[in-house]
Ligand binder design. Structure first.
Ligand SMILES: [Zn+2]
Ligand SMILES: [Zn+2]
Length: 183
């Protein structure tokens, strides 16, 4: 699987229950819909109230973004660029396989959004569990635990929003793609 931006082979990564791919060149990341599985033993992994934020919560708020026309990493279909509400975050989604592409800069925007919107206390509890788990599970001393925890936050948000809550997201995307391009 190659990067839709730069054509470089995407590196396979796995974090907890989720397998995804990341471009070693541009830092963008790809998430297959079938790989975004809900975490097992959720109750055992801290407090999930932090997920009760607006981002991607309401499928009616999906809008068409300025279309990037990136080819899906999996099947080559042109992906739809969507934005959400008044957020500046843009996500590219394949209507065929519902895979999701995040540019590196969107990844950073999501983290900043979370920083603003999420109750720090509940996230701290969640991240505390994750850090311990990563320390145990990953022989990857060069990578800061905080980076992994950030990534886990985003993965979990993607899992819940795009897989669980938005089982019917295709219709929202079709509506979004009929919207005004560049809006
Ligand atoms: Zn790339
Ligand atoms: Zn696809």
């Amino acid at each position: 699987m190659d990067c839709p931006r730069c054509g470089v082979r995407l590196a396979r990564r796995r974090l907890r229950s989720v397998e995804f791919r990341r471009c070693p060149s541009c830092g963008g990341s790809w998430y297959g819909a079938d790989k975004l599985r809900i975490l097992k033993n959720r109750a055992a992994h801290g407090d999930y109230r932090w997920i009760d934020i607006d981002l991607w919560k309401d499928r009616r708020k999906f809008r068409s973004g300025r279309q990037e026309h990136l080819a899906c990493a999996k099947d080559g279909q042109p992906m739809v660029t969507v934005r959400y509400g008044d957020s500046t975050i843009r996500v590219d989604i394949c209507e065929r396989c519902q895979g999701i592409w995040l540019d590196a800069k969107e990844y950073g925007k999501i983290l900043r959004y979370l920083d603003r919107k999420v109750d720090a206390e509940t996230v701290d509890g969640y991240l505390h569990d994750l850090r311990k788990e990563f320390a145990d599970a990953l022989a990857h001393p060069s990578r800061a635990a905080s980076d992994l925890a950030d990534l886990a936050k985003i993965l979990h948000l993607l899992e819940l929003r795009f897989v669980v809550q938005h089982a019917g997201i295709s219709s929202a995307l079709r509506a979004a793609s009929r919207g005004v391009p560049g809006a």
